[in-house]
Write a protein that binds this ligand. Structure first.
Ligand SMILES: NC(=O)c1ccc[n+]([C@@H]2O[C@H](COP(=O)([O-])OP(=O)(O)OC[C@H]3O[C@@H](n4cnc5c(N)ncnc54)[C@H](OP(=O)(O)O)[C@@H]3O)[C@@H](O)[C@H]2O)c1
Length: 221
């Protein structure tokens, strides 16, 4: 459904657009996410994405491990190998990972290069500080999902105070903090509002002074 909306809105795709797709789970009848990382399922999901996006090759495919709850170290080798084979067949340009630990990232890198990691990370949820650092050291884009807290919107007096001082919204400051967090940090805030979209894009130009960064760092410390 989402891919059909993307296709309707953006096809034919501009040359500088990079579509990042995620495989490794399917929706249950109750709209829940059911992990499905078997090679057959992954192959089917890649072909499904190609068909519904109207593409012959996918720019970036993330393997979603869904193992971040409890930081499970389960192997993703068999699943990632299936995606690497699809890449060798020319159906995928670049590979990425989502909801993964550093051992899982290393395991995948031994199979094929990865260009992006998409994990839960924001001002308050900083369990993956080590993954952010690892991504920067290895020149891998780190995309924070739930950058604004997702279903639990970020709430912090410190954030509100810093935002008021900088004449920005708390959400803009939260995004600016993420963007300055590392050399390879990128953000993917979701919004259904054009006004919020414009504010979020403007956060790119918000420069946080050092004292503001120190205060903001204390929120998730
Ligand atoms: N890899 C994974 O496993 C995984 C898991 C979850 C999510 N994701 C991805 O992560 C991305 C972000 O997730 P998300 O949208 O659920 O969480 P989010 O970006 O942290 O938060 C979105 C919420 O923030 C609000 N918001 C956005 N901009 C705002 C602004 N400028 N001012 C005030 N409120 C603002 C939105 O409301 P309005 O609509 O009113 O703006 C929405 O309620 C999505 O692309 C999603 O697909 C990936």
């Amino acid at each position: 459904m989402v891919n059909e909306i993307i296709k309707e809105a953006l096809h034919p795709y501009p040359a500088d657009l990079v579509l990042v797709t995620k495989v490794g789970a399917r929706r249950g009848d109750d709209a829940s996410w059911i992990p499905d990382l078997s090679p057959n399922a992954l192959r089917a999901q890649v072909h499904d994405n190609l068909e519904h996006l109207g593409l012959e090759v996918l720019d970036v495919v993330n393997l979603r491990s869904m193992a971040h709850e409890g930081h499970s170290e389960e192997s993703i080798a068999e699943s990632f190998t299936a995606l690497a084979e699809l890449q060798q067949q020319g159906l995928i340009k670049h590979l990425g990972l989502s909801s993964v630990t550093i051992p899982q990232i290393r395991e995948a890198q031994a199979i094929a290069p990865i260009v992006t990691i998409q994990n839960l990370y924001n001002l308050v949820n900083r369990d993956d500080d080590d993954v952010v650092e690892y991504a920067a050291e290895n020149n891998i884009a780190f995309a924070s999902f739930f950058p604004l807290g997702g279903f639990t919107p970020l709430q912090s007096e410190t954030l509100a105070k810093v935002a008021a001082r900088l004449d920005a919204t708390p959400q803009q400051v939260a995004l600016a903090w993420l963007l300055q967090r590392s050399a390879t940090s990128v953000v993917i805030p979701g919004t259904s509002s054009l006004a919020h979209l414009r504010e979020n894009i403007a956060a790119r130009d918000l420069v946080l002074p050092a004292d503001a960064v120190t205060e903001l760092d204390s929120i998730g410390a």
